[in-house]
Design a protein around this ligand. Sequence first.
Ligand code: ADP
Length: 424
Amino acid sequence: MPILLGAIADDYTGASDLANTLTKNGLRTVQTVGIPDPSLALPEVDAVVVSLKIRSVAADEAIAAAGKAERWLRDRAAAHVLYKICSTFDSTDQGNIGPVTESLAQAAVGSPVLVTPAFPETGRTVYFGHLFVNGQPLNESPLKDHPLNPMHDANLVRVMARQSRGRVGLVDLATVSAGASAVRARLEALGADGVTTVIADAVFERDLETLGEVALGTPVSTGASGLGLGLARALVRSGRAVMPTGTSDAQPVGGLAACVAGSCSVATLKQIEVAERSMPVLRLDTERLLAGSDEVSAAIAWAGERIAAGPVIVAASSAPDVVSRLQTLYGSEASGHAIETATATIASELVARGVKRLVVAGGETSGATVDRLAIPAFLIGREIAPGVPVLRTVGNAQGDMLLALKSGNFGGEDFFAAALEMMH
Ligand code: ADP
């Protein structure tokens, strides 16, 4: 079956956010981890989000990776490809939003490419080409101090022009409010004037619905999850995608269940404390771990003795005083990396012992675990908590698994039990 919508995400968490947004707005969506192997067999889906890590790499490297991902998507007949960027337009004057957009736009002969990072649900709006983050112009928002991509200009027409070869134009809010035909007419006029890329204003979701409808008639667009929402709704409204009924015909995966936590966020620490009342929790001694003691084998043995009886949690997560002591002793990167390696090893050993349902708390912790398990792709399922869906593996060598990958601060106090309750 052809893919209705293809997406190339410039980082992994952005990809998950988009995949979740597309699913919530009616598209059956798979998220791949990297560019998939040509042999990856897809279930029946409407959208595929290819997750890359190209936000801050050299522009030619980003172009090459995005081009490869695009070919994979077009080979599966994706009629439209969204280049998914951050809703705060994270980039430098060298790119990569401009260079990647322009290279993908080679498919869009004569029609300027629509670009908008607007996502009103998270406070990102664009007005006269200026990006506002929770009401503050981008250059006055916390993004002005971003360690990798400090954003000093809220005028995205200018920002985009600095990283593009072609001319950049604007489709303003009045035009977007006037509807899809008005936007198409404006694009045509700008295209005739030699403009190759346009920043499109959007303040409300209905603006993104209009832009999604227009973008669908073109081969390529660039935007955040907000434009994904617009594209998904346009596909559902046009009848090309059929909103799933909510009942899933997916087979239960069965098997054992376990949780691994590496997030030290306030929310995760509380969630572990609450879970401890209903399931066994092993708190890793991270100080001994970093000092060289084999805490990993001990944890695997501890969990191995208990998982047949029910889910367990292994947590590296610690209170701020322990974390800062370790960071002072070993450096934050080295201690974080060593602990991620430990939690990923524990997770993969538990999978080798029959765990098929795995909950992971922590963004980096999840990334390290998914890499270790070499999972090629996920089908996005129901939401456990805002931003945290149940994920079903696609093309996994060890057979189907269900995962929940939670960013530190996400989820309610009973998150672990709530997640396991939804994972069968
Ligand atoms: P979050 O989503 O909350 O940011 P992450 O998993 O992205 O969580 O980041 C948490 C980081 O803290 C990881 O690198 C993890 O390995 C590290 N970490 C976990 N436990 C400890 C600890 N006890 N001391 C220091 N660092 C830790």
